[in-house]
Ligand binder design. Sequence first.
Ligand code: AMP
Ligand code: FES
Ligand code: ZN
Ligand code: ZN
Length: 304
Amino acid sequence: MRCLKCKGTAQIELRQHHAAYCRDHFLDFVRSQVQRSIERLKMCDAADTVMVAVSGGKDSLSLWDLLHGLGYRTSGLHIQLGIGDYSRESREKTAAFAQERELPLTVVSVEEEYGASIPVLARAVRREPCSACGLSKRYIMNRAALEAGATVLATGHNLDDEVATLYGNVMHWQTGYLARQAPVLPATHPGLVKKVKPLHLLTEREMASYALLRGIDYIVEECPHAQGAKSLLYKDALNLVEAQSPGTKQQFYQGFLERLRPLLKDGDGAQLRECERCGQVTTGAVCSFCSLWDRARLVRQPVP
Ligand code: AMP
Ligand code: FES
Ligand code: ZN
Ligand code: ZN
């Protein structure tokens, strides 16, 4: 197998692109895909300060490496969820990455900042850890980016993540979620930070190869609560189809972005306002993050 660019020995074959590349040309391919997404969708430019949400996994660390390498002004945000060894190792890998490159990193510990780790919070409110975790991450990401004065928040969602989410949203006809599933969410209120997903067209396999070839030390284990998650089932199902018919995932996702999403109404028209407790943007009087903690405190400290 030969590299499409230099005819040297190829290291990776990308069947969905009918291409194969050597190490250097594969890294160029990933960089140019990211740069093209950023420019085409106006994700960020040289004037922006980009906060990269980094979990310590291959996608988000590679994203930080890519954005920094492409010359954008970046800082990192790591949310310490308090999920045992998994969280400890995530933090260590993230901190080591930032330190080696002398990049600024903000760490927000859910337990230190709000009083309980994600597993304790989830137990208190009798919710699945992943649902309490997702809500908390979204809240903390926006808040931390605002407080840091960042103009853009970037996450490491890759094509497989986006396609699995799309598949789940279509399976359950979650039209509200479908309307909000986008590679760029503009800041529609001064209290909201623009959110971008520069890796949305790169596959999980491409990102794992990128991290490996760049020598990025990332946490390989998945979160223990992700086991049995629907998103993993959807990924497996979609990979089965992709193996028989390369390019299906990309077609499904891009078809959605180009044909269906423009027809969906973004948001339910609800007025945005500030949460009475924390001042963050919400549609009700109290935001869902504060309500979650209210419920958790009621359970943990019963009123006599
Ligand atoms: P996930 O929701 O775990 O699939 O992660 C999606 C993206 O959210 C990752 O690529 C990161 O950009 C971000 N993210 C996930 N977990 C964390 C974390 N603990 N701290 C900061 N960012 C995170
Ligand atoms: Fe949030 Fe697993 S990463 S529950
Ligand atoms: Zn080559
Ligand atoms: Zn609030």
